[in-house]
Design a protein around this ligand. Structure first.
Ligand SMILES: Nc1nc2c(c(=O)[nH]1)N[C@H]1C(S)=C(S)[C@@H](COP(=O)(O)O)O[C@H]1N2
Ligand SMILES: [Mo]
Length: 264
């Protein structure tokens, strides 16, 4: 097995410290994302009363209506998704090293996964439910991609991730590829789900490496999802279990009212 880098304060930028040069370089993109956020906000608030006829001072009603708008967005986004359309890839020289850390808690609170006791558990609509060790996963064919990571918080960077193609892995374990969702359970209690077309997209991988080296702890060691077609929060880190299912599972960010599909 390749050597594992332990987390050291020097490998990541402290949380909250916005790297101005990256933002400057991608000003247009960041602004267009911000515009989209504002637009969505405007739709949610402006059309709310009309759409739902609900009392905007009633929190639970407002929430319900917002979630309905968001579910409608999920359906539309799902319909316009182009299964084999590739997201832009970039030159290796643009890769940010080290990558930028994010999670819903500060980097000091990251609890590294003990890889000796770690396994990827499989459940649901899967023929072969044998759990996988990290060593077994490292032996699988690797796909590498240099793509842009975009966080809803309004920052982004170009990163280089490698690992097994998710579609190949799903085929290998005999997953039902007509099922609706893949649920990812993470060591930190985070739960994320992907729609099957995104799981089968050619640029969706189970990443084990960043910039050709085994990923460091804060970035999801030993296994994280990387897809080119979704916002940052859909890319579950520190995956411990994967479930193939037709039932919708509520996610960490979904509970906070974010749009579930969150395609880019
Ligand atoms: N398990 C877990 N995965 C997670 C998160 C988290 O809090 N827990 N945060 C998400 C968010 S919001 C982002 S932007 C990316 C950040 O990934 P990075 O640290 O590799 O840049 O991880 C995503 N995956
Ligand atoms: Mo994010």
């Amino acid at each position: 097995m390749a050597t594992v880098r332990s987390p050291s304060k020097s490998v990541f930028r402290p949380e909250g410290g916005v790297d101005q040069s990256i933002l400057d370089g991608n000003r247009d993109l960041v602004e267009s994302i911000n515009r989209r956020k504002i637009l969505k906000g405007a739709i949610s608030l402006g059309a709310l009363t009309m759409l739902s006829g609900c009392d905007v001072s009633d929190d639970s009603q407002v929430r319900k209506a917002l979630l309905e708008v968001s579910a409608f967005n999920d359906r539309v986004q799902g319909l316009i998704f182009r299964p084999n359309h590739l997201a832009p890839t970039f030159d290796e020289s643009l890769v940010l090293k080290p990558p930028r850390y994010n999670a819903h808690y500060p980097v000091e609170m990251v609890q590294p996964v003990d890889v000796m006791n770690w396994k990827l558990e499989l459940s649901g609509l899967v023929r072969d439910k044998k759990a996988w060790t990290a060593d077994e996963i490292y032996k699988l064919p690797e796909q590498e991609m240099v793509i842009r990571h975009i966080c809803v918080e309004g920052w982004d960077y170009i990163g280089q991730w490698s690992g097994v193609n998710l579609k190949s892995f799903l085929q290998m374990i005999g997953a039902d590829l007509t099922a609706k969702f893949i649920v990812f359970h993470c060591a930190d209690g985070y739960v994320e789900t992907l729609d099957m077309p995104t799981a089968l997209h050619p640029q969706t991988i189970l990443a084990t490496k960043y910039a050709k080296e085994i990923m460091a702890d804060p970035f999801g060691f030993p296994l994280r999802l990387r897809t080119s077609t979704k916002l940052g929060f859909k890319n579950a880190k520190w995956i411990t279990a994967m479930e193939v299912t037709n039932n919708f599972t509520q996610t960490f960010f979904g509970k906070e009212g974010n749009n579930w599909y969150s395609g880019i």
